[in-house]
Design a protein around this ligand. Structure first.
Ligand code: GAR
Length: 187
């Protein structure tokens, strides 16, 4: 069975979608959740699902102890699901081609440092764009810059708020992220 590690900073709805999807398929299991926030709701999901978790800070995320703990999980993929820190080079070098991210816009639009969650949706609304979507991509040393694996689109409605657009984007993410992971696991 494949092992997946999830990095997440927030609510964890994507983490939950991935956990539930692979509980059903039996093809992979989420072996570890890593967060930079001790009070992140994603950790409640980890506790409820009996998934081990780790909390990292700016220093420990770069240290060999974390690399050792990740290596022990033998991850087929490390999946960023709303993780807001840059991944240090040490992790990129240890797990080449194995770290992926989801971004709530059609990259290269609306990516980069500080572009996450509602900042992204507000930029789409301010730009009066007619569509938005999601991007799953490999992680490299720059924010939101690695090779794109999948994009899916949705319409932006004239009366959309950041919240209604976020809801549509989350629905796309919850559908496509587990399936994209499944696709990568079978390559
Ligand atoms: C998701 O929409 C994800 O695309 C976004 O954070 C949200 C996390 O939601 N990530 C970024 O903006 C990264 N730049 P969740 O905690 O409910 O999964």
């Amino acid at each position: 069975m494949h092992s997946i590690v999830i990095f997440a900073s927030g609510k964890g709805s994507n983490a939950n979608a991935i956990i539930q999807y692979f509980k059903r398929s039996g093809q992979a299991k989420v072996a570890l959740i890593v967060s930079n926030k001790a009070d992140a709701a994603v950790l409640d999901i980890a506790r409820n699902e009996h998934i081990p978790f780790l909390i990292v800070d700016k220093q420990s995320i770069k240290e060999t102890l974390l690399i050792d703990q990740l290596t022990e999980c033998k991850p087929s993929l490390i999946v960023l699901a709303g993780f807001l820190w840059k991944i240090p080079d040490s992790l990129l070098h240890t797990f080449p081609g194995k770290i992926i991210n989801i971004h709530p816009a059609l990259l290269p639009l609306h990516g980069g440092k500080g572009m996450y969650g509602h900042h992204v949706h507000n930029a789409v609304l301010t730009g009066k764009e007619k569509e938005s979507g999601i991007t799953v991509h490999y992680v490299n040393e720059k924010y939101d810059d690695g090779n794109i694996i999948l994009q899916a689109r949705c319409t932006v409605q004239p009366n959309d708020t950041s919240d209604t657009l976020a809801g549509r984007i989350h629905a796309l993410e919850h559908y496509y992220y587990p399936r994209t992971i499944e696709f990568l696991l079978t390559q």
